[in-house]
Design a protein around this ligand. Structure first.
Ligand code: SF4
Ligand code: SF4
Length: 153
């Protein structure tokens, strides 16, 4: 979504130095109900790696979504979705990680797995959880293991 900076009024405070320039990962990995676009398929409006061809009329889901990496300075460059092949979403007591179906084991490599297990330990202590969508397959991450939770439609 390279045009992001053209609409500053819509943009929440991004982490210093972060932007969506050159990244369109969420246009593949996430579902967009308004477009009936399923997760893990490229949106028909995406100019891959460049931006949105229908930027001015894109749905609210697209206007309001910003991934964890673009918002959180604490995440290092390894978490840039262009390289990590995954998208982080931080919710109230939950972290959801969407992993590209074509690199579905990316989260199991380091430095990712150790950090994700650490988040899982913290989340469980706070009655929360860490979920990984490995492509369309859901996994609840535990500090030392995992539970399969089914497949997304
Ligand atoms: S995945 Fe994150 S950095 Fe990439 S386009 Fe979406 S919001 Fe921006
Ligand atoms: S409408 Fe644009 S911003 Fe939304 S998923 Fe499609 S390409 Fe991405």
């Amino acid at each position: 979504m390279t045009e992001l900076t053209q609409r500053p009024e819509e943009v929440p405070p991004l982490a210093p130095g972060r932007s969506c320039d050159g990244c369109t990962a969420c246009c593949k990995l996430l579902s967009i109900p308004a477009l009936k676009k399923p997760a893990q398929t490229w949106c028909e409006h995406c100019n891959i790696g460049k931006g949105c061809r229908t930027y001015d009329t894109r749905p609210t889901d697209c206007r309001t979504f910003f991934c964890g990496w673009v918002l959180d300075q604490a995440l290092g460059p390894a978490w840039d979705p262009r390289h990590s092949c995954m998208i982080l979403k931080f919710e109230a007591n939950r972290i959801v990680i969407h992993v590209d179906k074509d690199r579905r084991d990316a989260w199991r490599k380091e430095p990712y797995l150790a950090q994700i297990r650490s988040w899982a330990a913290q989340a469980i202590a706070a009655r929360g959880e860490v979920l990984v969508w490995e492509g369309l397959d859901g996994i609840r991450v535990l500090p030392n293991g995992e539970q399969r939770i089914g497949r997304s439609m």
